[in-house]
Design a protein around this ligand. Structure first.
Ligand code: FUB
Ligand code: ZN
Length: 624
């Protein structure tokens, strides 16, 4: 089954990834960016040292290997749609070095090989050995799928076999401090058919939380730490209780969502109903009470974590790019397992908003934290906002996010459709061609600028196409070969049955700009509203307003007008909203309400914010 993307909106991003982002990320990983003031990665140098081809010392964070692994994965996907001999040569060379650095028994981790060869698997709490192993495995699978080359897959398998021996055959106790290996092992199982990998994934999931003191005992048994860990903070580690007994999404958001993805994949492969029920509980906890309107997760910088129900501050939040990506992985697996449209709805929300906002339109600057409200006079400057950047830096000392965004965008074709029991599910409406043993079809899509999507079956007989009706489309019109029809709905998908080659389904989604209100329990959004058009959430930036954004207020019941043109710094696509601007008063306090003037406020898609210089940005504005 494959989907070839031919879509004006997405091709722009995928070309940017292939032509700009990946070469730039290679230079960042290689410490060879022209601008010497940008944070250094050291990731490739560490691998060269471990391979015996450099005399330097290990530098960077303990999990620096994982950035290169994600880059390799992204390169693999990009080569499928944009062959690039230079990039492939660089990737092959990195793989050669990894192979050379791999130990005889299959172990690969440059931090441990170079700094602590005697301490393998003694600090699962902090040292990210299994996290890095997971990313290496994912890269191995992807590179094989993308290029047909087996070297990295074989390297990954040798490592996975070693892990199986240590944790299952020899029975070493322990679970990863940072989940990721679980989902990677299921991917390896799917790619190779080797059941040991699935068993090991299930083992890590089943073990988790069965001994809440595990990390305390592990810490007591060693005389070194990476940082200053708190092994008792089992919520942060998603290890307070067995995963099947957990009620809420807790702790570090990226770890949580990778874990839930691994759980969903394992449940999918094994048919484990209790595990699926746990996934559904985690899902409800996230999307009903702990997720931002942009699809971001992680309300606090303290532990980069979930906090409590409805605690969704817009400025001090975290919403790490990796967390939104991990949520997309989780959503995608739940979608394919349950055929319920609500999962793809969230996938789409996180993709068009949190993920696309994470990088500059030039492809070489990246956010790690994705706020919904920024004031450059405060962001990065005052204590509670130290973690927030008002503009995207060229790289980060902890650079997990940039290559993660690259691997998602370069593999976005995999998220367009899924097939289950002969039914074709249209999840994301990317333009392109779908091809599987069941059927072939072409999709023409004007999203996200307008709501016209047409699916034409080019091969197949008696096919059922299930079209997701997104929650944002208030009124959706579906025409079958020109005739409007009202299909049966099933779990949020419109079912179009008995399709044969030549049949065309034209869908018109409702792209009327809409105001979004949060549940009043979300204190940060009470009395405010956000604006959206289709899958995209919009935001207000200083640069577009007649006066500083601090005084901006939307008019209750006021009109929203969509403006489209081919020009403009914001892609010619914005919303004019009726509102008011309050004037600043003399002094700090006054006995008079500020003067207020009616005005037109301009909102642009959230994902392009911060591309036109420094300024305030807000997704939610007061409304009255
Ligand atoms: O710990 C590895 C990665 O670095 C996490 O997933 C991110 O949150 C960042 O802390
Ligand atoms: Zn990250």
């Amino acid at each position: 089954m494959s989907f070839t993307v031919r879509d004006a909106f997405w091709n722009k991003y995928r070309t940017l990834v292939a032509d700009v982002m990946l070469p730039y990320e290679y230079d960042a990983l290689n410490n060879s960016l022209a601008d010497a003031s940008i944070e250094k990665s050291h990731s490739l140098e560490n691998i060269r040292i471990a391979a015996g081809e450099s005399e330097e010392e290990f530098r960077g964070l303990v999990f620096q290997d994982s950035d290169t692994a994600k880059w390799l994965e992204a390169v693999a996907y990009s080569l499928l749609y944009k062959p690039n001999a230079d990039l492939e040569k660089k990737a092959d060379e990195v793989i050669r070095l990894i192979g050379k650095a791999q130990d005889e028994d299959g172990y690969f981790n440059t931090y441990f090989k170079l700094n602590r060869p005697q301490s393998r698997f003694t600090n699962l709490l902090e040292a990210h050995e299994l996290y890095c192993a997971g990313h290496l495995i994912e890269a191995g699978v992807a590179y094989f799928e993308g290029t047909g080359k087996r070297t990295l897959l074989d390297i990954s398998r040798r490592f996975a076999d070693l892990l199986y021996r240590i944790f299952l055959t020899e029975g070493k106790k322990g679970v990863p401090g940072h989940p990721e290996i679980e989902l990677a092992l299921v991917r390896l199982y799917r790619a190779t058919g080797e059941k040991n990998y699935l068993d090991l994934a299930k083992h890590f999931i089943d073990e988790r939380g069965t001994d809440p003191d595990f990390f305390v005992k592990e810490a007591a048994a060693r005389d070194w730490n990476v940082w200053t860990p708190n092994p008792k903070d089992t919520d942060y580690l998603q290890a307070t209780r067995p995963v099947r007994e957990e009620e809420n999404a807790v702790g570090h958001a990226v770890r949580a969502a990778y874990l839930y993805t691994g759980m969903a994949m394992t449940a999918h492969e094994t048919g484990d109903e209790t595990l699926l029920a746990a996934c559904k509980r985690m899902w409800r906890s996230i999307v009903d009470r702990r997720m931002y309107v942009t699809g971001g997760i992680g309300s606090t910088a303290v532990g980069e974590a979930f906090t409590a129900d409805y605690d969704l501050p817009n400025d001090t939040n975290y919403c790490e790019t990796c967390a939104a990506i991990a949520l997309i992985f989780f959503a995608r697996e739940m979608a394919t397992m349950t055929n319920d449209a609500e999962y793809a709805d969230v996938m789409e929300r996180a993709l068009y908003n949190n993920v696309l906002a994470s990088f500059q339109q030039d492809g070489t600057h990246f956010f790690y934290v994705n706020p919904l409200e920024v004031d450059p006079a405060l962001a990065g400057k005052i204590p509670l906002l130290r973690h927030v950047f008002p503009s995207r830096p060229g790289w980060h000392a902890c650079a997990c996010c940039p290559p993660n965004a690259a691997r998602l965008l370069s593999s976005i074709d995999r998220y367009a459709f899924h097939e289950s029991e002969g039914v074709l599910y249209a999840d994301l409406f990317l333009g392109g061609t779908y091809d599987s043993a069941t059927a072939a079809l072409t999709v023409e899509s004007a999203l996200p600028r307008s709501g016209e999507v047409t699916c034409t079956l080019t091969r197949g007989a008696d096919i059922t196409l299930a079209v997701r009706i997104p929650s944002w489309s208030k009124r959706t019109v579906i025409r079958r070969n020109g005739e409007e029809c009202v299909p049966t709905m099933q779990k949020g998908y419109a079912l179009l049955n008995n399709l044969n080659a030549g049949d065309a389904i034209a869908i018109t989604f409702d792209m009327t700009p809409r105001k979004i209100y949060a549940n009043p329990k979300v204190a940060a959004d009470f009395g405010k509203c956000a604006v959206s058009v289709g899958p995209r959430v919009f935001c207000f930036e200083d640069v577009d307003q007649s006066a500083p954004l601090e005084g901006a207020c939307l008019k209750r019941g006021g009109a929203l007008r969509l403006v489209q043109s081919d020009a403009g710094d914001h892609g010619g696509f914005y919303v004019r909203a009726e509102g008011t601007m309050s004037q600043s008063c003399d002094g700090l306090y006054s006995y008079h309400a500020p003067d207020e003037q009616p005005c037109e406020l301009i909102a642009v898609p959230y994902h392009i914010w911060g591309n036109r210089g420094l300024g305030r940005m807000k997704v939610w504005l007061p409304e009255r």
